[in-house]
Design a protein around this ligand. Sequence first.
Ligand SMILES: C[S@@+](CC[C@H](N)C(=O)[O-])C[C@H]1O[C@@H](n2cnc3c(N)ncnc32)[C@H](O)[C@@H]1O
Length: 275
Amino acid sequence: MPPVEREKVTLTGAPETLLATLYGRALDSRAPRSVLHDEAAARAVERIDYDFRRTGMTATTAAGVALRGRQLDGWTREFLDSHPEATVLHLACGLDTRAQRLAAGPGVRWVDLDHPEVVALRERLLPPPEGDYRLVGASVTDEGWLESVPADRPTVAVFEGLSMYLRKEDGRRLIERITARFPSGQLLFDCYGAIGIRLQKLVPAIRNAGATLHWGIDDPRELETWHDGLVLLDALRSVDMAGLDLLPPVGRLQMRVLARLPRLRDVGRILRYRF
Ligand SMILES: C[S@@+](CC[C@H](N)C(=O)[O-])C[C@H]1O[C@@H](n2cnc3c(N)ncnc32)[C@H](O)[C@@H]1O
């Protein structure tokens, strides 16, 4: 077999952190009790020339990334089951193969979006999924990309590992623009609490990439005031995610302890809103 040609990756800051979550899903796919079975992540990692030790991923954090991904996959699938004609905005997609994992039906328009340098890497590493698919290189804060997406269908915007990199005013603007443009839909995303923002330097992937986190959400209901008809459906603490029994024993213990500490248990949440 000829050797696999590997892509040298020189991302820094927030874009570099996509290598941590990708590596988490790749490690999970090799675990005896894999959560997500994301074999494409493992194949992509093999093609990337990067010192993945920089991510600091462990068996526990890898399973945590996979569980969060599975939760957001599940909510996206639920939305598509009840809206077979829909648009998916998968923002800050990085090298996540959510579109491939969900294999949405013919009535679904899928938009993957990330910074242009990430999109260029994605095009080299991941084959596009079947169906009505487009990959957009832009910042979520740019004007223009949203207006290029037809506003004709219910729309689910799913963004994993994004909100904390935005400033609050940019996150608010993004949510206002999405909810104003589409007739109805859902927002599915994870967030850090203010305590998580304060402790950010303890996360090796963030520290080593030189990324900075800005926006923490302690009161998910506050966002309901940003659009008439925006309603919080779920605010799931990361320490209460389904499937934590799949973590290695040390991770299960860490989660049990965190879940009992009043301030620390709000370090991260996964949120679901409808509009
Ligand atoms: C932790 S990674 C998560 C990537 C992917 N969602 C995943 O779970 O693997 C953070 C991602 O946010 C993207 N990102 C950060 N700020 C962004 C912005 N303003 N516009 C678009 N993408 C952004 C980065 O490029 C990176 O891909």
